[in-house]
Ligand binder design. Structure first.
Ligand SMILES: [Zn+2]
Length: 811
């Protein structure tokens, strides 16, 4: 865990502000640059300019072009990279293995300080953004965001077009390029930027890194003028927005006129309180009354002086009365917050901090820069809280109720046509009965459960970690369907909420297409948590079944075709046949269970308790393995008007040699696939190829989504790519091979920083049906062997699983 000594801040001579976060033992490092300018800063004549520049800087810079660019380089290194343009800020960020952090920072800084902005790249990115706009037009979340902003029309930029498209950029490429240069000069200089670095390097090493590269930014020009904010703005009562069936929600948005940066820390606490799912919490009460399923906290607008904070409630029905009651309960809950004691607030804040430290490095940096970061000192949260809370008043609040057929007349805003209407004000004094709501009281004692006489065999494994972890997963050949997984998850929600308060964690979740039941916590907590979980699972009420089905349906809903296909993949690989939820049964076919860490006394207790767990535990299975669903094609109706294709190529043999080859091939394919199909041939806006594990199967996954081509054409693109890449494999230099091997070696050696993930990965590697790659196999995997497996991948199409969606298909 990090404390204040592990972080540092400095300002370089050129004015660049730098935040450093030393994270001991972290296998990966991350960097983020934030520019204090976003869509609201772009000239009115050029809608979309800020977004366009965000795209353009990835297209090559003074020192790094082609394969050396950040985008291509990070992909080849098996890292992650992305960027986002917001109302008043823009951020660029990446994550790679820690030893490569400096190489990445060099590229990131160069592309922001010295982008080439060539006309050729500009022409290309205009078409990319136009395609993105076509996609976003139908994207439910984007539409809901635009409708949320609409209520803040007192700020003129809130209704302006920001995404950009072919029409807004026009055909005069030199003029567009000039406008980009101008915008870049005005805002992309050291005084208007913040650099964040995080990694296992010491703060001194990180500071040296920042010095070495951060000095490349142009010294501060005169500071960008802050926004002239209007005085107190009169918020409308609210709006109604028509949305897709089954996607009803209520958004309550607050205008925070007194915002300062520290309020973001208080939002971390507000989020923890609002999303608490333990007994008597707001969320538990809303769920029990079948009003709302999930709550999200959003921060759609943030400048140095003001912000908008939104609470989103996903509603169970399009009935307006459900939205009204939800709002009344929330406001009642909000009114309880000022009375919370410091001890309680600090308790909730400690839970949020714990969750923060479990995030991957890049997520931590994103939270620090743009989200809800933890305070440097725990007690500081109380001060921020007392500053935030008085700003959350009903007077400073506006509503967006979104439901099917909630409105018919269209409003044009941010370049979207939205069916919206003004929401009629309803008297606040509606007689809505409010349930008893409560907050967790720290320090309540635990009562150890009574142990049954029977017991089951329970495997123990040794995994380095701070707390013991109990893991259950479906036995070999058995499976937990999505419907069953969501049913169990729903049944366990309130127990999970309580365990979180006691310093542990209970998680029923799908990882790589397999549903795991997982508990971690102190040795005294684990048996209590397991007993409570078993009690919930063995007494499923009708209400829980209904909630489980709703959770399952929500998970099925995807507003991007490729995501719908991705969530279908594990179901296809598991040979899940039924389309509907089996509302009668939990999985009975058996579980494998193990305890990672902990002593024998704990193992004994859990072994006795598990005898009551629904389904058999660690019993020799009479079942055979699920047959591989090879050569199958599955079709889904398209969500939007374009075609999407997922092609999964599992290992052609279940050996370590094949696995090593597959992983190396994926490292070769990944950057080339993106370059050729996305950048050169402009096939579509989703173009990806990577090594992928799902439902206990390893393979290479190709994903394409395109507004221009049909499924057959997309498939032909992949086939042609695979044919052409043979040539690349033959030509690849020895040095390049060695680099791929090193990247893979690092990936195999990396252990997850989070103890739960670590325990799961250890167990997965130990299981008999999973080959693991040794150093010898890696060395043996030479060019000849890779070419051999590459040919087999190409020549065995009957092994592949193909999922597709296109307009006009019926399920
Ligand atoms: Zn974009």
């Amino acid at each position: 865990m990090c404390d204040a000594a592990d972080e540092a801040q400095l300002t370089l001579a050129n004015g660049l502000r730098v935040h450093l976060h030393h994270q001991p033992h972290a296998p990966r490092g991350a960097a983020l640059v934030q520019i204090d300018a976003g869509s609201h800063h772009e000239p009115e004549a050029w809608p979309g300019l800020a977004h366009l520049l965000e795209h353009m800087v990835f297209n090559g810079s003074a020192a790094f072009t082609h394969h050396a660019r950040l985008m291509a380089w990070v992909q080849a290194e098996g890292g992650r990279v992305n960027a986002t343009t917001q109302a008043a800020s823009t951020a660029f960020f990446f994550e790679v293995s820690a030893d490569k952090l400096a190489d990445g920072v060099a590229r990131l800084v160069d592309m922001l300080a010295a982008p080439l902005l060539t006309e050729e790249a500009l022409r290309h990115e205009v078409t990319v953004i136009d395609a993105e706009y076509q996609l976003l037009k139908n994207h439910a979340e984007t539409r809901c965001d635009a409708a949320t902003d609409y209520a803040f029309g007192a700020l003129p930029a809130m209704r302006r077009f920001h995404v950009g498209n072919q029409a807004s950029f026009g055909d005069d490429i030199p003029a567009l390029r000039q406008a980009l240069w101008h915008y870049h000069q005005r805002f992309y200089h050291a005084g208007n930027m913040v650099l964040w670095l995080q990694g296992p390097q010491s703060c001194a090493e990180l500071a040296a890194l920042a010095q070495q590269f951060g000095s490349a930014f142009a010294a501060s020009a005169p500071p960008a003028a802050p926004f002239a904010l209007p005085g107190p703005i009169n918020l409308p009562y609210g709006f109604a927005l028509a949305c897709a069936e089954g996607a009803a929600c209520l958004r309550l948005s607050f205008w925070l006129r007194e915002w300062n940066a520290r309020d973001a820390e208080a939002l971390m606490l507000l989020q923890q309180l609002a999303l608490d799912e333990s007994q008597n919490s707001l969320l538990a009460a809303l769920r029990a009354a079948e009003l709302c399923e999930e709550i999200r906290l959003l921060n759609p607008y943030r400048t140095a002086q003001a912000a908008i904070v939104t609470l989103e409630f996903s509603l169970t029905s399009p009935d307006y009365a459900v939205a009204r009651t939800t709002e009344a309960w929330f406001l009642h809950w909000l009114a309880m917050l000022p009375a919370l004691s410091s001890a309680r607030l600090l308790h909730y804040a400690s839970l949020a901090r714990r969750a923060f430290w479990r995030l991957p490095p890049l997520e931590q940096l994103r939270q620090r820069a743009m989200g809800f970061p933890p305070p440097a000192k725990a007690d500081d949260i109380l001060l921020s809280w007392s500053h935030l809370l008085p700003q959350l008043t009903e007077r400073q609040m506006t509503r967006l109720w979104s439901a099917e057929q909630a409105a018919t007349q269209e409003v044009e805003t941010q370049g979207f046509r939205l069916p919206m209407r003004v929401l009629e004000e309803t008297p606040a004094s509606l007689p809505v009965p409010v349930p008893t709501l409560g907050f967790f009281t720290p320090g309540r004692a635990l009562t150890p459960p009574t142990l049954p006489d029977a017991s089951v065999p329970l495997t123990a494994i040794e995994v380095p970690g701070d707390q013991p972890v109990l893991l259950l997963r479906p036995a070999f050949g058995a499976m937990v369907s999505d419907a069953q997984g969501y049913l169990m998850q729903t049944a366990l929600r309130s127990v999970a909420g309580d365990i979180l308060h006691r310093g542990g964690q209970l998680l029923m979740a799908e990882h790589q297409g397999v549903w795991y039941f997982q508990i971690r916590g102190e040795a005294a907590l684990l048996p209590v948590a397991l007993a409570a979980a078993i009690e919930s699972l063995t007494a499923l009420s009708g209400a829980v079944y209904a909630q489980g089905e709703r959770a399952w349906r929500r998970a099925q809903r995807a507003d991007v075709s490729i995501r719908a296909l991705l969530s279908l993949l594990p179901r296809v690989l598991r040979n899940e046949t039924h389309d509907g939820p089996p509302l009668d049964a939990l999985p009975q076919r058996g579980w494998e269970a193990c305890l990672a860490g902990g002593d024998d006394a704990l193992r004994q207790q859990l072994a006795h308790l598990l005898s009551r767990f629904p389904g058999q535990i660690n019993q020799p299975q009479a079942t055979t393995a699920i047959p591989p669903p090879a050569g199958q094609q599955h079709l889904l109706p398209a969500v939007e008007g374009d075609a999407a294709l997922l092609l999964f190529c599992p290992l052609v043999e279940n050996t370590a040699a094949c696995l090593a080859a597959w992983r190396l091939l994926a490292l070769v394919y990944e950057p080339l696939f993106f370059q050729r199909l996305r950048e050169q041939q402009q096939v579509g806006y989703v173009v990806s190829c990577r090594f992928h594990q799902s439902a206990d199967r390893a393979g290479i996954l190709f994903a394409l989504q395109s507004p221009r081509y049909g499924i057959e054409a997309l498939l032909a693109f992949i086939e042609r790519f695979l044919a052409e890449v043979t040539h690349d494999l033959e030509r690849l230099s020895e040095a390049a091979w060695e680099q791929k091997r090193t990247t893979l070696r690092n990936a195999l050696r990396a252990t997850a920083a989070d103890s739960l993930t670590r325990a799961r990965e250890y167990w997965q590697r130990m299981r008999h049906d999973t080959p693991s790659i040794s150093e010898v196999q890696l060395a043996q995997c030479d060019r000849a062997q890779l070419l051999h497996y590459h040919q087999r991948l190409r020549e065995q199409p009957e092994c592949r699983v193909q999922l597709a969606s296109a307009p006009g298909f019926l399920p």
